[in-house]
Each structure stands twice: as C-alpha cells, then as structure tokens.
Write a protein that binds this ligand. Structure first.
Ligand code: PSU
Ligand code: MN
Length: 282
C-alpha cells in the first residue's frame, strides 16, 4: 500500500540538512508500517511518483527549486523544470496515480491581513484522497481557514480529538468532528466516494504532547514573524516559506524540531489509514 509524501516541505518548509533527514525519516516510517513511501516531485519536467534517494538529496540541496502548486504543474512539465510539489499539486498527482492517502505537515490556508488564500484549499474540493496534517499552519488565520473549509465543503476530521489542532500546538478552540481509528477514516473515505463527492477527507492529527509547543509562545513568535513579513516586502508564494523560516529564528529552532515530529506522526497515521483502506477494499 502506497502513501504519498510531498516535496515542498523538503525544499521550502525546513532548513538544510534537517530537510533531507526528515524526508528519509518519513519514508522509513512508512516502510516500517509495511507501506511504500511515494515522495512526489518533478525532475526535468518528469512527474516522479516516488523520487529516488538521489533525487530527494538533489532537491533538498539545490537553492532554486520551484515551488509548484497545482496551477503551476503544466508550466513545470512543458518547461522541463525541477519543482517540488505543494499539498495541492501532490494531492492531485497522488490521486491521478491511484494513491488514496497523503501525509504532510500543515495545509495551506487563509493568511491574516490582505487577501492571500492557499491553492491547497480549493484543490481539496476536487481530489478524493485522505490528507493527514497537524492542522493549518500556525502562521495562518485559523478561524478563517476553518470557515473556508466549511464553505468549500471539505470533510474535516480530528484524529482522536474534538478540536482542530494548530500545527505546533494541539488545540485551537475550534470544534470539529472526531474519528477514533484508521478503520473509521477508511469508512468515511468509502462513504464519501459512494456519494460521488469529489472532495478530500482532511484528517487533522494533533502533534504528540511531548513535542507540542505552547500556543501562547507560538503566537508571540508569529507576531514577530508577521512584522518581519511586512518589513521584508515578500509576497505571493514566498510568504509561507518566509514565515516558517522566521518562526525558526524567533523560536531558536524549536519550531523546526516540532515540525519534524509532527510530520513523522502524520506519516505513521497515514500508513495506518492506507492499510485500513487496503483491507476494506479487498
Ligand atoms: N507542511 C509543512 N511545511 C510546509 C508545507 C506543509 O510542515 O512548508 C508546505 C506545503 O507544500 C503546503 C505549502 O502546500 O506549505 C503551503 O504554501 P502556500 O501557503 O503558499 O499555499
Ligand atoms: Mn499564498
């Protein structure tokens, strides 16, 4: 059973060398669960449904890999470019290739302030796949992102929680439906498909308690990072990578460690869900 993993977290989400270490650690977790990890990306215009070890290393080290969302995929292919794929692009490519489960860190969403809403949210309305994340990224407008998911009709579940987790921390105060085990999630995907729904099943898996950061502390680093953003003049798709790198600076690297731990936790749950889906479709 295959589990999709994304590559933008490697190229734009984590610093080198933690990014390569994390990419391989995630693949190992899937293998240890009896699955096949499929890290998705684009090399010289070729869609890679499973980057090789060397390709992952190359992506992680290169400075100017393009960050491709679903709308940039056609450009990357036609121009024979090298690109990492975001949640939107990875979900689409995984689904096209018959993969039912995808693990990431945090989904994109609604940014605070001026209009900036991730392609991720819209892609989730047209890709029937289970996506495991630790919540919308902490640098986002959490209530706004939650409301947008509702407006778009995306099925949202908390894994063994009644609250939407907040990426580096476990709670946001926003109530969501709960799922208690991988079999239940497999059943929800099957029901979604039997209804002819095209949307994703978005599973929010809270970061393990021992690696969680205090919400108040995260908020204080976020306030500083958002000020840095205004001063930097950074815009467009560079916003999220910029904010994540500022969070790492203000937290003295603590957000990088938490990000890795939540990614590992998500890869493990995604593997269990993939196994449950395989059992029910046999
Ligand atoms: N999860 C992480 N770190 C990341 C991302 C996810 O832990 O960097 C990436 C994903 O690829 C996601 C992207 O799709 O951040 C969101 O970018 P934007 O806000 O520009 O859509
Ligand atoms: Mn954006």
């Amino acid at each position: 059973m295959r589990v999709a993993l994304e590559s933008t977290v490697i190229t734009h989400g984590l610093p080198f060398p933690q990014n390569v270490e994390t990419a391989f650690a995630l693949e190992k977790i899937v293998i240890d669960h009896g699955g096949s990890p499929v890290t998705i990306g684009i090399m010289d215009g070729q869609i890679k449904i499973g980057l090789t070890v060397d390709e992952i290393r190359r992506m992680a080290k290169e400075k100017h890999v393009y960050k491709a969302g679903v709308r940039e995929l056609p450009i990357m292919i036609a121009q024979k470019a090298c690109a990492s794929t975001t949640v939107s692009a990875t979900a689409r490519l995984a689904h096209l290739n018959g993969i039912s489960v995808f693990a990431t860190g945090g989904i994109g969403g609604v940014h605070p302030g001026r209009w900036d809403v991730s392609q991720d949210l819209f892609e989730l309305t047209r890709t029937s796949i289970v996506i495991v994340s630790a919540g919308p990224k902490a640098i986002l407008d959490l209530p706004g992102t939650y409301e947008m998911l509702e407006s778009l009709g995306v099925t949202v579940l908390g894994y063994q929680t009644d609250e939407m987790p907040a990426f580096y921390s476990r709670s946001s105060g926003i109530a969501i439906p709960r799922a208690n085990n991988p079999e239940e999630i497999a059943g929800i995907l099957a029901a979604s498909r039997s209804l002819g729904l095209t949307n994703a099943v978005l599973v929010f898996n809270p970061i393990p308690l021992e690696h969680a950061l205090l919400f108040e502390e995260v908020e204080s680093w976020n306030t500083l990072s958002q000020l840095d953003l205004v001063q930097s003049g950074v815009s467009g798709k560079e916003v999220t990578p910029f904010l994540l790198s500022r969070m790492a600076v203000h937290s003295n690297g603590r957000t990088v460690i938490s990000n890795r731990r939540l990614l590992e936790n998500n890869a493990a749950l995604a593997s269990e869900i993939a196994l449950a889906i395989e059992k029910t479709t046999k």
